[in-house]
Write a protein that binds this ligand. Sequence first.
Ligand code: NAP
Length: 283
Amino acid sequence: MRIAIIGPGAVGTTIAYELQQTLTDVTLLGRSTKEMHIAPANQTVQAYNIDETDTPFDIIIIAVKTHQLKDLIPKLHRLSHHETIFILAQNGYGLLSRLPFKHIYQAVVYISAQKSDNKVVHFRDYRLHLQQDARTAKLKQLFDHTKIEIVLENDIEEKIWYKLLVNLGINSITALGKNTAQILKIKEVETLCRALLNEGREVAQAEDIDFPDTIIDEIMTIYAGYPDHMGTSMYYDVINQQPLEVEAIQGFIYRKAKEHDIQTPHLDTVYALLMSHHTLAYD
Ligand code: NAP
């Protein structure tokens, strides 16, 4: 099996490094040829320029940010064959339909890492959740002796929506509040966060994803366990004036709300303001 990981960032470098420890044909591809350093392993991973690579791969794991996918898609034809399996290892949802290929999967990513320049620090977890079928079962087998754990789901949609809700609450308030997880100590922010989660839950319900009433408290408890100074990716992207993954997270839920005619005043406001940051970062 020839495996390519596209996107030598926090998630992509972690996956490539761990697979390379056991599997023989794993290539990390990026926008340029460069050496990535990975901590705490204190090792290097070579990333190759995607434009200088043209042999097809059997498995392609895409770990670019959601707004970076568009530029990548035209290059994927050259790197794949008819039976290539594509895995989107990204947060958010709604982009699978942009991939004009036969075997495409949305992964729910539980890998916590951060990139700055050419250095990636891995914090915790090595998990990718995927819809169960014959292909993903083989993939799980292939990865069995690596640290990258494939968890097969009977209903991946539920896992995707759960992660969407988790991202909806904390990403929105930390990004717009320009504050780390401690922002939830402000009563009014906590109320806003709960309102967002509640709207997200209603939209999920309209999409036939039935979360129990207790899910809001459950997610708030997860947030309460975050260290005070932990930022989210959207928080860091706002602080660093980078484009945001807003279309694939808040925007995806917003569009679903409109489709189902559900009133989501908090989400509408948050989405509009995040879009403003996103647009400024592109200017
Ligand atoms: P990241 O560190 O910014 O990495 C993205 C990488 O993609 C960068 O190295 C970037 O290249 C590369 N890239 C962009 N466009 C490309 C192209 N056209 N061809 C090849 N490479 C390209 O992002 P990340 O944190 O790994 O996040 C990836 C996805 O995983 C996101 O959807 C994120 O929400 C999700 N996720 C992340 C975490 C986490 O802890 N980091 C956890 C769960 C989920 P350059 O180096 O040239 O900029």
